[in-house]
Structure formats: structure tokens, C-alpha cells
Design a protein around this ligand. Structure first.
Ligand SMILES: Cc1ncc(COP(=O)(O)O)c(C=O)c1O
Length: 534
């Protein structure tokens, strides 16, 4: 199952699997169920939780939000707006909603947990609530970046909506103030902005900018990449086009720089250079056929590819090769931007000061759920685009409400020190997950930066055989324990964590503890998940 941060879910764990007889709670409302509390404590000890986990085992002590310091209290906060909407009267039963959805909504728009979908009706911080009021911890929603329904965002949206919303052909302060604030987070040369409504629109425009500027046609992309749902982007998304019409002659695929299971491992003396040289080979091969490179597109941290961290020196070297072929470097920050990596505002900045992309696309977290996305580029590339003499008009992109929301998101990131939170909580999550590696043979790799973390499951550490079914099973069991996590990677065997940035230390402990229990139970019960029983 793929996460909310992605374009689709490929449901692996569709069938009802055998119940694991435990439940670890993460809030006062979710008491340990199915067993007495003392029995549950004994069980946790029996399954060999280490000292650190044992100290944390009773999450009920942490209060209604699992101890989250940053989330507004969902139980006390009943918005006056909600009351005005008289929400209850609009509500359908879950069965009715599902029946209508099946009847009216295209079946290729898949639901999470399609065998037993969850109906979510409200949210706060890093928590989602179903129609019965059950609270779920959300490790999936990278879009609701500063937390679900953050009051600063909803207030900014409502206030601006009450005052004015127009298209961007009228002069207005919000768009320029917002562009100025974004510019302050970026290298100086990236200073011309185009506001759009989705990551796909942003990447499609980036493609147009690159083609216009270079007057070339060809694009290099990383294996397993996904850049959006428009036709132009399906063409440059191996993850999609391999299942559809196949690779176009103007598209070239470079190896995913994955130092865990890729062609060059972490033990290579310089994997960054080796993988960049592989891009050089792709360029030379294309040129030998008379093709000309317009752009190299890559996510700054390939996420659909399996939460990959690019090796040091990779991007600068690739940029050098791409520039000498006359192309531009497009960094897709749709999933990874806005401080998710903690130490930097943009994930491409992890590649060092020497590296600066020519075009950056951004989206998902930008509007905290409001459709807001953007392309930023250099004055030179922008002028080439202007020189074609055709107006670029986008009805909704950069409207006063969107930009008010964008500004509020930036304010909250700063005021609530969310980057610092991503550094601290992300480090702890990675650390706790890494401890699981010494306990569970199935944990092949743990990687990540800030609140972008992946846990790769393998049935054989040497062969790195993907443990796809086990990953699906863990996702399913986590749901039963009120935690939403999803999988990614070419084999859907990477549990990914891209939670709202207010994710807390206790949330990190809670989810790790649950995964530990699930993996322990799989071992204890000797479940053969990699055969056909899921
Ligand atoms: C890396 C990346 N780029 C672009 C997109 C497309 O964004 P959107 O769904 O907002 O069109 C996605 C969506 O999952 C994505 O993951």
C-alpha cells in the first residue's frame, strides 16, 4: 500500500490475515485491548523488548496524543466552523460512503487498505480520526506538513477567502511576498517563480522550461521514478510507463543511486561519482544516436524508488555532465522540500554548497493540503520561456488564498521549530528502527534523513530478497494498532515514514515498539508470509 504522499497504492496485503493477538495502544482512549494490561506487559517482556522499550511500554501514560507536545488537543478543540457546518447532518454511514464511492468514483482511484478502507472524518496534528472517533497515528501524510488542520493555516485561509480571491492577473501583495519568502530559502540564482496547483503541473512546466531553454528534446530520469500523472510525466516516470506503453525514444533511464541494493554499494570507494558516471554513459549513448539532452529529472531523495538517500557528490557531478551536454538539472522536491530533512530547507542542499539545480519543483507540503505548487528557476531559463512570446496563464496558481496559506505554512515551520523537530525526532526514529535490525533478521536496511525514513525488509540479508508480503502484513497489523504506515520501493518492501513534521519522540517510540512486536510475533508464530498466505 502506498502512502498519501504518493500517487497510487499498489495493494499487496489485500486479504484478511490471521490476527496477531496483541494491541499496543498509543493514547488514553485506546486502552490495551483483547488482553488484560498485566498480561500484555508480560507478553511484551516475553517477546524480548529491550530495556528502552520496556520503559516506554505503557503508552497510556503519555496522554491523549501519545505525548505529542506540538499537536493541538483534538478532544478539547471543537472548531466553531465545524459547528456552523452542522457536520453530523451531512455524514453518511461508512457503508453508504463506500457504496457511493464504488458506484461513482473511477476504480483506478484506489483507497488505502482497500479490503477494509478507513473513513476519516477529522484530524489534528499527526492524528486522524475515523467516523467512530478512533484515533490513528499518521506516519503517512507528508502533505499535511505542519500538522493536520493547523489553526494558523485554516485561519489564514478563511481570512483571505473572506477578503478576496482572484486569479493572478490582478496585482496583489500575497504572491510577491510569498515568492520573496521562498527566495530567501533558496540559492540566489533560483529567483523566478511560477505558481501552479499540483506537483504534476509543476513538473510539466519544468519540462516545458527545459525544452524551451535548451531547444533539445530528451530527458534522463532515474529508474523507478515517478514525477506526476500528466501524460508528459507518465512518459518520464519509469515506475508508470513500464506498466503502460513503455519507454519513449526521447526518454533515457539512469540507474537508481541506491547504495543498499543498487549496482554500486555503500562499500564502493566513491558511489556518488560511480552513479554519476552511469548518467554520463547514458548521455553518451543517447548522443551516439543523435539525441540531445534537455534535462535530467530526479527527486532530491527518490521516494517512490524506496526512500533512497543520494550518495555524496552525486548531484554536482551529474549536473556537470548534464550541463556539458547542453541540458539542465531539475530537482523534484515535491515530496522532500520545506524542511522535511531537518538540517536543510531543501533536500537538494544535502548534496553540498557546490550543487545548485537549474529548476526546482515543489508541491505537496507547500499548502499543508491546499493545492499549491511551484516551479522556481533562473532568470536565464525564465527569459528563454518568455521569449517564446506565448503567455503562461494559470487560473488558480498563486491566487491570494493559496499564497496566504503558503505564507502561513512557512511561518509555522519557523515558529514551531519544525525543522529542529525533524532532526531530533527523525534521528531517534532512525536509531530505534536501527536497533530492530540487530534483533530481527528481516530488517535489511534502515535509512533516512530528518522525517524521511525507510525500513527495508528482506527475507535474506545476503541476497536482499524483498520481503514484500511481510511488509504488507506489518502495514496491516500497524493499522490494527491504530498506526498508518505505508510501503514503497520497486518491490513494496520498504516501510516509509513521512509523517507530519509535528511527529513526536513518543510517536517514534510507539511505532517502533509496534513494529518490534509484530516482527516478533511473526517469528514466534512462525508465519510464512513470503509464501501465499497473505
Ligand atoms: C516526486 C513526485 N513528483 C510529483 C508528484 C505529482 O504531484 P501531484 O500528485 O501533486 O500532481 C508526486 C506525487 O506523488 C511525487 O511523488
Amino acid at each position: 500500500m502506498r502512502g498519501a504522499g504518493d500517487e497510487e497504492q499498489d495493494e499487496g496485503a489485500a486479504n484478511e490475515a490471521e490476527q496477531v493477538p496483541f494491541r499496543v495502544s498509543h493514547g488514553s482512549q485506546e486502552k490495551l485491548q483483547g488482553k488484560g494490561e498485566s498480561e500484555e506487559r508480560a507478553r511484551l517482556k516475553n517477546v524480548g523488548l529491550d530495556e528502552e522499550f520496556r520503559e516506554e511500554e505503557v503508552m497510556d501514560e503519555l496522554g491523549p496524543h501519545g505525548g505529542a507536545e506540538l499537536a493541538p488537543d483534538p478532544e478539547v478543540e471543537v472548531s466553531p466552523l465545524w459547528q456552523k457546518m452542522n457536520y453530523k447532518e451531512m455524514e453518511l454511514t461508512k457503508e453508504k460512503t463506500l457504496a457511493l464511492r464504488n458506484k461513482l468514483i473511477g476504480q483506478s482511484c484506489r483507497l488505502f487498505y482497500s479490503d477494509n478502507p478507513v473513513k476519516i472524518i477529522r484530524a489534528r496534528g499527526q492524528y486522524l480520526f475515523d467516523e467512530k472517533g478512533t484515533q490513528y497515528l499518521d506516519c503517512i501524510s507528508n502533505v499535511q506538513h505542519v500538522g493536520h488542520c493547523h489553526s494558523s493555516i485554516t485561519e489564514a485561509a478563511a481570512a483571505q477567502m473572506d477578503l478576496l480571491n482572484t486569479n493572478t492577473r490582478f496585482l496583489h501583495d500575497n504572491i510577491v511576498m510569498y515568492a520573496e519568502r521562498l527566495a530567501a530559502t533558496l540559492p540566489e540564482k533560483l529567483n523566478i517563480f511560477y505558481f501552479v496547483n499540483s506537483g504534476s503541473e509543476a513538473n510539466d512546466l519544468a519540462l516545458r522550461l527545459a525544452l524551451q531553454h535548451t531547444q533539445h528534446e530528451d530527458v534522463i530520469v532515474l529508474d523507478h521514478a515517478y514525477h506526476g500523472h500528466l501524460k508528459s510525466l507518465i512518459d518520464i516516470s519509469p515506475y508508470k510507463f513500464r506498466k503502460l506503453t513503455g519507454q519513449k525514444e526521447w526518454v533515457h533511464v539512469a540507474p537508481l543511486p541506491d547504495t543498499y541494493r543498487g549496482i554500486y554499494g555503500a562499500d564502493h570507494p566513491n558511489p556518488g561519482k560511480a552513479y554519476a558516471d552511469a548518467v554520463k554513459d547514458v548521455i553518451e549513448k543517447a548522443q551516439s544516436k543523435g539525441r540531445k539532452i534537455a534535462a535530467f529529472f530526479a527527486e532530491s531523495l527518490p521516494s517512490v524508488g524506496g526512500q533512497i538517500i543520494l550518495p555524496e557528490g552525486y548531484s554536482a557531478k551529474v549536473a556537470e555532465y548534464v550541463h556539458s551536454a547542453g541540458g539542465v538539472f531539475v530537482a523534484d522536491e515535491v515530496q522532500t522540500g520545506f524542511g522535511r530533512v531537518g538540517t536543510h530547507f531543501w533536500a537538494f542542499q544535502l548534496q553540498g554548497k557546490d550543487f545548485c539545480p537549474d529548476i526546482v519543483t515543489m508541491g505537496k507540503p507547500m499548502g499543508n493540503g491546499h493545492p499549491l505548487a511551484c516551479v522556481v528557476t533562473t532568470a536565464e531559463i525564465a527569459s528563454a520561456f518568455t521569449a517564446n512570446g506565448v503567455e503562461y496563464f494559470n487560473t488558480f496558481g498563486g491566487n491570494p488564498v493559496s499564497c496566504a496559506i503558503g505564507l502561513a505554512v512557512l511561518d509555522v515551520i519557523e515558529k514551531e521549530n519544525l525543522r529542529e523537530n525533524a532532526i531530533k525526532v527523525g534521528a531517534m526514529l532512525k536509531d530505534l528502527l536501527t536497533k530492530l535490525r540487530s534483533k530481527h533478521e528481516i530488517v535489511g536496511d534502515v535509512r533516512g534523513v530528518g522525517l524521511f525514513v525507510g525500513l527495508e525488509l528482506v527475507t535474506d540479508r545476503k541476497l536482499k530478497t524483498p520481503a514484500t508480503n511481510t511488509a504488507a502484513y506489518v502495514v496491516k497489523k500497524l493499522k490494527e494498532n491504530y498506526i498508518f504506515v505505508s510501503t514503497d520501493g520497486p518491490w513494496e518492501n520498504v516501510l516509509k515514514f513521512k509523517p507530519p513534521m509535528c511527529f513526536s519522540m513518543d510517536n517514534a517510540k510507539n511505532v517502533t515498539q509496534c513494529i518490534d512486536c509484530i516482527l516478533t510475533d511473526i517469528q514466534t508464530m512462525n508465519l510464512k508470509l513470503e509464501k501465499d498466505d497473505i
